[in-house]
Design a protein around this ligand. Structure first.
Ligand code: NAG
Ligand code: NAG
Length: 416
């Protein structure tokens, strides 16, 4: 009897220990993961002090999240902390249909270009081949570009070993059905956000801030992508606020503030005789302040192919240098490009409901190619006035055909 009681006690004790052990391990795992599918970079050893390199911790976090079979895995980068990250690429495809990348803290780049020695200097952070990626979280991505700017060939051509290619802060390559929203970007070494070879990509409510004199710091560049929307964003930079490169189509740009910067540009296209293909671009409701250009299309004379079905509407300009401009003689070195019999065909471009002020005397400048003129251009309800009262503005159209109605300054287009 005695022995059976003691065996019963033993069994109870063992069970008790197992239960305690289990509940402990539950508490333990809950503290690591929050809930299944949540992957917090702090649990992977990130120091989050802005000094220690946290890229291995983030890479490990990403790899676990990406291979997780949870329905909605989330990479968590918590608020009020700074994560120093070396150049890195987060690679897919991931196991789940969607993956969330929640940046609430700050991601900062190494400030010294020497960190890139022996590495691809075109990028800092990149996502590659991830579909259903959702990036958000009201955090900051700080490119710390100053040392790159100080050695750029653009502003320091005399410098021995000046750099032409500096890192893009955040690249999305082959990322379809993805988005980025509610993020703040500052001081990228070069382009802030690049969307390349993505089909279905939304950018919403981002703020990008770099000095107006920082070299080549495009806000958002779209390249070889389809079905892209950029909405509700504010961009200040040293180059194009938004630029649209080759093989892009179905791009919606809506409700943007741009300035300082070089405006919203399609191109440059056709460099080196390349055949361009850009179509169905809709730019609507943009406020430009103090930019060098507003609505711009630029192509190289040696180029071929087309830009067609473009609408620029509901634009407001405040002291812009070239509010409306097509330059089919684009050349990076003035006068270095010869007259050729080729050109990128520009057709069906609509400019409507546009007003504001120009700081140069040519407020409308459609300078199209003699060999491949611009066709089917529509300009209506445009009123551009000089930024300085008492001055005059004029419209210049060359080899540009189409119709116009209610434009000031005008007339400009040659009727068909
Ligand atoms: C994307 O992932 C798929 C599947 O692993 C692979 O076949 C493809 O080569 C990858 N593409 C790129 C550009 O990395
Ligand atoms: C038009 O382009 C030609 C060729 O680049 C250039 O010489 C001319 O100055 C331009 N005109 C205007 C008004 O921009």
């Amino acid at each position: 009897m005695c022995s059976s009681i003691s065996s019963y006690t033993m069994k109870t004790l063992v069970l008790l220990f197992i239960l305690i052990g289990l509940s402990n391990s539950r508490i333990y795992s809950a503290s690591i993961y929050g809930y299944p599918g949540s992957f917090n970079v702090l649990d992977y050893g990130a120091a989050a002090d802005g000094i220690t390199d946290d890229s291995q911790a983030l890479l490990n976090t990403w790899n676990d999240a990406c291979s997780s079979s949870a329905g909605y895995p989330q990479v968590i980068i918590p608020p009020n902390m700074i994560f120093l990250l070396s150049p890195m690429t987060l690679i897919g495809p991931c196991n789940s249909q969607n993956i969330y990348f929640v940046v609430s803290g700050s991601l900062v780049s190494p400030s010294s270009p020497s960190v890139w020695t022996g590495q691809d200097s075109s990028q800092w952070l990149a996502f590659r081949n991830v579909s259903g990626l959702v990036v958000g979280g009201s955090g900051t991505i700080d490119g710390q570009g100053k040392e790159w700017w100080d050695q750029s060939c653009r502003y320091h051509p005399e410098l021995d070993g000046c750099t032409r290619l500096a890192p893009t802060a955040l690249k999305f390559i082959f990322c379809s059905q993805s988005s980025i929203s509610n993020m703040y970007f500052a001081n990228s070494a070069q382009t802030h956000i690049l969307i390349e070879r993505c089909n279905g990509f939304n950018v919403n409510n981002v703020m990008i801030q770099s000095p107006g004199n920082s070299p080549n710091t495009d806000g958002i560049h779209i390249q070889a992508s389809q079905n892209v929307a950029i909405t509700n964003s504010k961009i200040s930079s040293g180059d194009d606020c938004i630029s649209i490169g080759d093989y892009s189509s179905n791009v919606q740009i809506y409700n943007i503030q741009c300035g300082p910067g070089h405006g919203i540009s399609i191109g440059s296209l056709g460099k080196g005789g390349h055949s361009a293909q850009v179509s169905n671009i809709h730019v609507n409701n943009v406020f430009f302040y103090g930019t060098t250009n507003g609505a711009r299309i630029k192509t190289w004379q040696v180029g071929r192919g087309f830009v067609r079905d473009v609408t620029f509407e509901n634009l407001q300009f405040n002291s812009v240098k070239n509010p409306i401009i097509i330059d089919q003689h684009y050349c990076d070195v003035r006068g270095a490009c010869k007259e050729t019999g080729t050109g990128v065909q520009i057709s069906n471009v609509v400019y409507q409901n546009i007003y504001g002020t120009s700081i140069t005397d040519i407020a409308i400048n459609l300078n199209c190619s003699m060999s491949v003129p611009c066709t089917d251009i529509t300009m209506q309800l445009i009123q551009l006035t000089p930024a300085t009262p008492g001055k005059q503005v004029k419209a210049y159209c060359k080899n540009a055909n189409g119709q116009e109605y209610g434009i000031e300054p005008g007339p400009c287009l040659s009727g068909v």
